[in-house]
Structures are given as C-alpha cells and as structure tokens.
Design a protein. Structure first.
Length: 89
C-alpha cells in the first residue's frame, strides 16, 4: 500500500497521521485521507479542491505534476509527502 506522510509544519495546527492507501491516484488517496479528517483537507486543498499555493506534494521523490486534477498515478509502494511550503528569511 502507498504511504502518505504529512510534514510536521501542519502538525502545529492539527493532528497529521501517517496513512496507508490502496488508491491508484493522488486525488483518490487525498480523498480517502480527508474523508476522516476534513479539517486537514482544508489546509491542503482550496475550496475548489485544488492544491493550495503554499502546499507541495512529492510522490516517490518527484513533485506532483498537476495542482488541479491531482491525477498522478500511485504504485503500491509509493511514498507521498505533503509539505507546507515555507517562505521568509
């Protein structure tokens, strides 16, 4: 099963469990993750279901391709990291 990890920046605001999923796409994995935790979903996705500008997702070491469709394919052994992008100095 694919493994989803939320970075600790999000943990300042709410619980961020590590999850396992059998989903075939990133969108399906996110839908599954947020079904039990819609508040977490609101930090990652905007009101149209698109990836927020301050969030980046990496799948198997590569940045996700599309911030709108989130249709990147997942493999059973995929590692998904969801990060809140930081700025400032």
């Amino acid at each position: 099963m694919a493994h989803i990890t939320f970075t600790q920046q999000l943990a300042r605001f709410l619980p961020v469990p590590e999850l396992q999923t059998a989903a075939a796409t990133l969108r399906a994995a996110l839908d599954e993750a947020f079904a039990d935790n819609p508040r977490l979903g609101a930090y990652v996705l905007d009101d149209q279901g698109h990836l927020r500008e301050n969030v980046v997702i990496f799948i198997d070491g590569r940045r996700s391709r599309d911030r709108v469709l989130l249709d990147d394919p997942l493999l059973p052994e995929s590692r998904i990291y969801i990060l809140q992008a930081l700025s400032g100095g």
